[in-house]
Design a protein around this ligand. Structure first.
Ligand SMILES: [Zn+2]
Length: 411
């Protein structure tokens, strides 16, 4: 077989990190071995860490980059919801496409190769966001794979017409559907309706859930109950669940076991949690970030993701998932190498599992989706925010970010 490239001396994870050569032909990984003897173009990455690209499970491309038209003065969830709802009226499909493209390109340059983006549907925005992101997905297929989760940010049962649009999005190819029970007049009613639509269209579900730090009332139990009743284990994700940042370890353990039993995955969004939660406190402010690494210990599939970029929900964002893993480690007070390694897993292999990706990972037969990080070990990569140096999607180079270089005096 004619090889297109051999990536030499790549450090790959999965148990104990090891140094291997990776052979690529026709866009696929065709061999992995300590030393591949073949006459083919090669590139020596000198023991650097190679991953199969970062996996973003929760981002909102459609409402990114709108700080020029929204304010974030109180920094509360209520303000963010109101500001974006008002700004949405002026969104056009082209405007959404242009802003989403800016965010998407930043993600690509930071090594993301798989992505689940949430897209809002409601009677004000219609399917404009959905159509813009569908177009973007086609235009950037050479660099990353996008799945679209259509969801009613402003409620379902309280918003006549939203349900028809959600169904229409499914009919037009939405990969999965989401819910946002906390903005609905009837949170449990919305959860039930989302499950009915998901079953009718055979779609996975990704809820925005339990997004404050008052654990006295939670919708999580209802999602667990409905997941089991529908037989939807392994097909449901809940994002935020910041209420779990406010429960004691005993209650967290009970909840984690319940999530693992029901087959529900959790996405933690540290930048947004840190920005929006605890605003009622004047000092000694709670962090509002759910301890995903504790949930992992109970067998819950967890990911760390970006969520919002440059809007009132999160007026930050360079779309780097290694930065999110590092931010999480800081906030969660993680220092052990095994836990830092788990932080890298939560932006690579675990989100791939959350999204049920069948062909993710550095393995023979998988697409040659490879990102070379300027690091030699997973824990160090998180600790040092290792730069992605270059990436290949389906065997084709999709970005390069050469390392900065000092210009030493006298040379
Ligand atoms: Zn979100």
């Amino acid at each position: 077989m004619a090889l297109d490239l051999i990536l030499r001396k790549a450090c790959i994870g999965g148990g104990e990190p090891r140094i291997v050569d990776i052979a690529i032909a026709d866009g696929l990984i065709v061999d992995i071995a300590p030393q591949i003897a073949a006459d083919a173009p090669d590139e020596d990455v000198a023991g650097r860490l190679v991953i199969a690209g970062f996996v973003e499970t929760h981002i909102h491309l459609d409402k990114s980059c709108i700080l020029d038209r929204c304010k974030s003065e109180q920094g509360t969830l209520a303000e963010a919801l109101a500001e974006v709802a008002a700004a949405k009226g002026a969104f056009s499909e082209d405007d959404i496409y242009r802003r989403a493209r800016r965010t998407l390109e930043k993600s690509i340059l930071h090594g993301t190769m798989r992505m689940r983006t949430h897209v809002e549907i409601d009677p004000r925005i219609g399917l404009k966001g959905f159509h813009a992101i569908q177009r973007l997905r086609e235009d950037y297929r050479w660099a990353l794979d996008i799945e679209i989760c259509a969801f009613p940010q402003e409620g379902l049962l309280n918003d006549p017409g939203a349900e028809e649009l959600l169904i229409e999005a499914c009919a037009q190819g939405a990969d999965l559907i989401g819910g946002c029970p906390y903005t609905d007049r009837d949170p449990h009613g919305q959860i039930a309706r989302i499950f009915e639509i998901a079953q009718a269209f055979d779609r996975d579900i990704d809820f925005h859930l339990d997004f404050d730090i008052d654990p006295s009332r939670m919708d999580l139990d209802e999602v667990c109950r409905q997941t089991q009743a529908a037989g939807w284990g392994g097909r449901v994700t809940v994002g935020h669940v910041t209420k779990l940042s406010a429960v004691d370890p005993a209650r967290l353990a009970v909840t984690a076991n319940r999530l693992a039993d029901a087959g529900i995955a959790v996405t933690v969004l540290p930048a947004t949690g840190l920005y929006l939660m605890g605003r009622q406190h004047s000092h000694d402010i709670p962090r509002g970030v759910t301890p995903a690494h504790r949930l992992l210990e109970h067998g819950v599939v967890c990911s760390i993701a970006t969520n919002n970029v440059l809007n009132p929900f999160t007026p930050f964002g360079d779309c780097s998932l290694i930065r999110m893993a590092n931010l999480y480690a800081n906030v969660a007070q993680i220092g052990r190498p095994s836990e830092l390694t788990a932080c890298l897993d939560m932006v690579t292999t675990l989100p791939a599992k959350l999204m049920s990706l069948k062909n993710y990972g550095i393995a023979i037969g998988n697409p040659a989706d490879l990102v070379v990080l300027d690091s030699t070990a997973p824990a160090l990569a998180v600790a040092e925010l290792a730069r992605p140096l270059f990436g290949m999607k389906n065997g084709r180079r999709s970005f390069v970010c050469p390392p900065p270089r000092m210009l030493t005096a006298g040379l």
